[in-house]
Write a protein that binds this ligand. Structure first.
Ligand code: 5GP
Ligand code: ZN
Length: 110
């Protein structure tokens, strides 16, 4: 856990953020400022700064994040209508919180 990292605090239950899903390795919660009717964040408990910092040892967590995103899309009833999965990478890529997270966005009217 990284000192002064907001998503470390949230992922370890130190902020009053409600989890839609949690296991030993990751948590899922709603984005506080949603860019879509459904906007979730899939966040590993381990502090990894960004996609740039992934190592071979992180293959498991990155694939689990995507599998959980697929399951959460189904749970939130956006599988059929469709959704976006997004990693922002570093400031130029729109990353503002430097703790790895996967955005799941969907639920727009067709
Ligand atoms: P980034 O731009 O780093 O890819 O995305 C960070 C996301 O985290 C943003 O969409 C922002 O709205 C969300 N966020 C920032 N602070 C909080 C917070 O305290 N709680 C929750 N639930 N989401 C947050
Ligand atoms: Zn962190």
């Amino acid at each position: 856990m990284e000192k002064d990292c907001l998503f470390c605090k949230i992922a370890h239950g130190e902020a009053s953020t409600e989890f839609l899903y949690e296991n030993e390795r990751l948590v899922v919660f709603k984005d506080i400022k949603p860019h879509a009717p459904i906007h979730l964040l899939i966040v590993p408990k381990e502090h990894i700064r960004s996609i740039n910092d992934l190592t071979e040892a992180n293959r498991g967590i990155i694939s689990e994040m995507i599998m959980i995103a697929k399951e959460m899309a189904k749970k939130m009833s956006v599988s059929e209508s469709g959704y976006k999965l997004l990693f922002n990478v570093e400031s130029g890529g729109g990353q503002a919180i430097f703790h790895l997270h996967l955005h799941l966005m969907g639920g727009w009217k067709r």
